[in-house]
Design a protein around this ligand. Sequence first.
Ligand code: SF4
Length: 246
Amino acid sequence: MTEMTRAQIAEFFRRLQALNPAPQTELTFSNPYTLLVAVVLSAQATDKSVNQATGPLFAAADTPQKMIALGEDRVRDMIKTIGLYRNKAKNVIALSQQLLTEHEGVVPRAREALEALPGVGRKTANVVLNAAFGEKTIAVDTHLFRVANRTGLAPGKTPIEVETRLMARVPDAFLQHAHHWLILHGRYTCVARKPKCEICPVADLCRYPEKNVTTSRVPAGAPQRPRRRAAPPRPRRRGSPRDSAR
Ligand code: SF4
């Protein structure tokens, strides 16, 4: 697998930015605490299934205090449509407790403090730092890992390797939203089984040897070349064969 050049990486993000200037997480949340809980619940679950459960959950409890008052049994019941719900309910109560005892009920803006919370790993901490606090972090989930490797953007064998390489290679101007552009690209275009290369806006930059591009169409969002203007008609010389034929 060859890697993209820095110029190609910049062009890659320029195009994704042109199509979606301010990408957002698809998880529903109203404050850093509800974002943290939603991300913890989203492990091995779709954002859609998480949002269906957190609608009623956050209506009942959108702060650590209210979540503890709701209690583990009730939380478990409200999230039972999500995978691993028993363990997740335990973690939601435990992290809420820890936020109250160690952080006055406020979600900390520091990686170490976030990763010390029950059920919170590096990926969750990165999402919270990025989406709640606007930090330039990249959370490597399954979609992002696939896209970074397939395209040659930042090949790596482990999520941390991919994250480190992306942080070093993505131009600073795109770091804030790189995480969401890549996740959305992997979720809707560069999908796992059959990537939609024929509609991919970065197909010509992608280094995936099995990419399925059969036409030479200009991808959506790609900078358009200015069309050549038709050359003005040449003035005819007097006495040219056309003139004399009339
Ligand atoms: S060309 Fe295909 S494999 Fe490459 S990024 Fe686009 S969808 Fe993915």
